[in-house]
Write a protein that binds this ligand. Structure first.
Ligand code: ATP
Length: 339
């Protein structure tokens, strides 16, 4: 659906030459929710602006559907943009227009007759859960409601791709989850392809199927979301995952155990999906007569699976430890020995 091939974007400023996007190649499937995460300055905004032709790549190609957008004429690009729409962190609504007028604005520009515009706006208002708010102005709405207007407006031209530029960064956690849930429902209903950029791993975990991690203009890691959370390989991904788990207390507990029980082994036991709901660990405890000290644990939900970690400490000889690791591996449970 979307192919980004060896794309570079350089900017020359008075003080320096900047490579905002550095040889990025990504393939995004139709109907996928694909996240791009990175810290400030990583190149996410530039990448998303390249996707809707607001920026032109210095080199490389970006293909969406059948069109290589950096090779389209201005007129064709304008047409294409109707099918590649965008929502924004600060909503970018027209403050002097009502909810209904905001939503039908792109249709007005596209020359759609009034009656049709009104009907489409009504459908979208219902879809995003704003019935009864048609005549309100943006200033009369909460942040979450404003973003719902932004989403409805972005959908008015029946796009195939929806780009989300930090779309939940201005919202509180509960509203963030409601808006993410809405985006997922819309994807399912309309078979949209969604590309979102964010600096919050929580957003990636909640709705994305796959994600790319960016640093200094480069994609440093790409993978399915569960894989990124369970087994992050790049240091930036590890930092994001750690921030999401917020395991400061775990680190403190591990340090304390190391100090108090220098002979204990600390194990990090990892579960995925249905295995996180079955009592495999208690079975192993009984089988090997283990005496373990549970330090901390958590189960998190991704868009379609749960996964979790349990940190335990115990005095165990190497032979029994290997047997425990093998027994748990039979149930697809990973064990890492912490240093
Ligand atoms: N128009 C521009 N002119 C010059 N430099 C730019 C321009 N746009 C972006 N940059 C630079 O490119 C790099 C990547 O910026 P970009 O905004 O894409 O990162 P980002 O990951 O979206 O960060 P943030 O989350 O802070 O917006 C930065 O060093 C930035 O200063």
């Amino acid at each position: 659906m979307i192919d980004i091939l060896n794309v570079n974007k350089n900017y020359s400023t008075k003080s320096a030459d900047i490579t905002a996007v550095d040889d990025v190649s990504l393939h995004i499937e139709s109907g996928e929710i694909f996240g791009v995460i990175g810290y400030s300055g990583a190149g996410k905004s530039t990448l998303i602006r390249l996707l809707n032709g607001l920026e032109e790549p210095t080199s490389g190609d970006i293909t969406i559907g059948d069109d290589t957008i950096n090779r389209l004429s201005k007129k064709d690009l304008r047409q294409k943009r109707q099918k590649v729409s965008m929502i924004f962190q600060h909503f970018n609504l027209l403050w002097s227009r009502t909810v209904e007028e905001n939503i039908s604005f792109p249709l007005e520009i596209a020359g759609v007759p009034k009656k049709e515009r009104k009907q489409r706006a009504q459908e979208l208002i219902e879809l995003v859960g704003l019935k009864g708010r048609e005549k309100n102005y943006p200033s009369e709405l909460s942040g979450g409601q404003k973003q719902r207007v932004g989403i409805a407006r972005a959908l008015s031209n029946e796009p195939t791709v929806l780009l989300c530029d930090e779309a939940t960064s201005a919202l509180d956690p509960e509203t963030t989850d409601e808006v993410l849930e809405l985006l997922r429902e819309i994807r399912d209903e309309m078979n949209l392809t969604i590309v979102l950029i964010t600096h919050e791993m929580h957003v990636i975990r909640k709705i994305c199927d796959r994600a790319a991690v960016m640093q200094d203009g480069k994609v440093v890691e790409t993978g399915k979301v569960l894989q990124l959370f369970q087994n992050p390989s790049h240091s930036v991904t590890k930092r994001f995952v750690k921030d999401d788990i917020n395991d400061e207390e775990t680190t403190l507990a591990l340090d304390e155990v190391r100090e108090l029980f220098p002979d204990s082994k600390i194990l990090k036991i990892g579960f995925v999906g249905s295995k996180s709901k079955t009592p495999v660990v208690s079975r192993v405890i009984k089988q090997f007569d283990l005496n373990m000290n549970i330090l901390s644990g958590n189960i998190k939900q991704t868009n379609n699976e749960s996964y979790g970690h349990l940190y335990v400490a115990m005095e165990i000889d190497s032979e029994t430890l290997q047997k425990v690791i093998d027994a748990l591996a039979n149930d697809d449970i990973t064990v890492e020995v912490e240093k």
